[in-house]
Design a protein around this ligand. Structure first.
Ligand SMILES: Cc1ncc(COP(=O)(O)O)c(C=O)c1O
Length: 459
């Protein structure tokens, strides 16, 4: 196993001169940016400019400002909102975390802004070693990249090269793998590949259905049927252990283990997509939370990592030339990603009793209070740790959108996930406080009541 050494930035960060200068810069930026709130007309213009340049409006009418703090973001117009979605899972420690800002400032001052694979810095090595160290005994290698989709592309190529000429991938219904052409095809959402050509090499099987006692058997049977109908043509199966975009659906360990066992018997790759689950389920990797270490051939990570990577066993190490690319990531992203992993470990966030699991328990309890108060308009909760979702009303997309809009007006940002039912999705900062959680759920309640009243639906 690769041993992770101390961060290359640590001695720099420990140098009193560097630390004082970093702190002075962070303080000065916070002070100055707090004084630069946009007036309402300037804010409206900025939103219009976004719409013009992107060809469509922003999902929510907001522009980030600074400084925030924890789950509270400060917007460019000076207003504060509670952020329960963190840029869809990017801001793992919330906003303006002092330690991460310090790491970022020092990393930014070292040499180059971005790092290429050809001339990497020590941050690249440190992050790669940390990831491999935490990924269990089977995983030997890491290849860095800049987005979850790119990590998945690299994983797909490794799987296909090893199993050539097999060219088919098994995926769960409802899965999401990213937005490149290949990932759009694996993703089970036709609207996300509207107008795009398909190679027709993705074979779907049903995800776990908690209401069906035969669910595991049905999915295993579907996998076996694909293997039988495509002899020698199936290269691997992609697993999202908690479906992110699909609505935070998950399954018991036995469900995944049964399928992985069949993958193993068939000699096809077990590829786990942890782009969204990374650092959210109680362990760094959800497959370790589920105790599936023995099966994993490749795993992809992103979002909270501040970059992305595919991690893989020796058997999947590709031939030279298959994966490369100019960028490995930004120096700041690598340094902060590594610092996030170190802090999760050092500050007790991981493990069954760790702070992420405790946060999950707090959300569960607070959610039950909400459900008791609004028994007719709040449905099922799903998720784990710092990734949680629930169904408002009947789970129609329109009502979810209305609740999210009302919540935003009341000062809380969350997002949607899934369809039939659609859900309200939370990717909470792992350090969300009791006070922030309470304030957020109070707003959810207000927002649901507002929508119910407007629609004449009893609560
Ligand atoms: C499970 C999963 N895989 C892949 C991706 C793609 O990541 P990115 O948007 O960074 O390309 C996402 C993003 O939401 C994801 O949730």
């Amino acid at each position: 196993m690769t041993r992770a050494k101390p961060s290359p930035l640590k001695s720099l960060l420990d140098a009193p001169k560097v630390r004082a200068a970093a702190q002075a810069l962070i303080d000065a930026v916070a002070e100055e940016s707090a004084e630069r709130a946009l007036a309402p007309t300037a804010m409206a213009k900025a939103l219009k400019d976004f719409e013009r340049v992107r060809g469509r409006p922003l999902g929510f009418p907001l522009v980030l400002g600074g400084p925030g703090g924890g789950a509270r973001a400060r917007l460019a117009d000076g207003t504060q909102i509670l952020d329960f979605i963190g840029g869809i899972g990017v801001y793992g420690f919330g906003h303006s975390d002092p330690d991460l800002l310090e790491t970022a400032v020092v990393a930014a001052a070292v040499d180059t802004v971005f790092q290429g694979h050809l001339m990497p810095g020590p941050e690249y090595l440190h992050l790669s070693q940390l990831l491999v160290k935490h990924a269990g005994p089977r995983i030997r290698h890491a290849w860095l990249s800049v987005s979850g989709a790119m990590a998945n592309e690299n994983a797909l190529k490794m799987v296909l090269q090893k199993h050539a000429p097999a060219d088919r991938i098994v995926a769960f219904g409802g899965n999401f793998a990213g937005r490149t052409l290949a990932m759009a095809e694996i993703t089970d959402k036709p609207a996300f590949r509207d107008g795009l050509p398909s190679r027709g090499n993705v074979l779907y099987i049903p995800f776990y259905d908690p209401t069906d006692p035969d669910s595991t058997e049905k999915s295993v049977t579907a996998l076996d049927a694909h293997l039988r109908r495509n002899p020698g043509r199936v290269a691997g199966m992609i697993f999202e252990l908690i479906q992110g975009e699909g609505g935070f659906n998950t399954a018991p360990r036995e469900f995944f283990a049964a399928l992985m066992e069949h993958c193993r018997e068939a000699g096809i790759a077990v590829w786990i997509d942890e782009v969204q689950t990374f650092a959210r389920t109680g362990e760094l990797f959800a497959f370790r939370s589920f105790g599936l270490d023995d099966y994993v051939d490749l795993v992809t990570v992103g979002k909270t990592l501040q970059g992305s990577a595919v991690l893989y066993t020796k058997a999947y190490n590709p031939k030279p030339g298959l994966v490369a690319g100019t960028y490995a990531g930004s120096t700041v992203g690598m340094a902060v990603g590594a610092r996030i992993i170190e802090r999760l470990e050092e500050e007790g966030y991981l493990g069954k009793e760790g702070r992420i699991s405790v946060l999950g328990g707090r959300v569960e309890r607070r959610f039950e209070v909400l459900r008791k108060r609004l028994p007719q308009t709040v449905g099922r909760r799903t998720g784990m740790g710092a990734m949680q979702a629930f169904v408002p009303f009947d789970g129609s997309a329109d009502l979810v959108k209305e609740v999210l809009g009302a919540a935003f007006e009341e000062g809380l940002l969350a997002f949607s996930a899934g369809a039939n039912p659609a859900k309200i999705r939370m990717l909470l900062p792992v350090n969300t406080t009791d006070e922030e959680l309470e304030a957020g759920f109070t707003i959810f309640e207000k927002a649901i009541r507002r929508v119910a009243e407007a629609r004449g639906i009893p609560c």
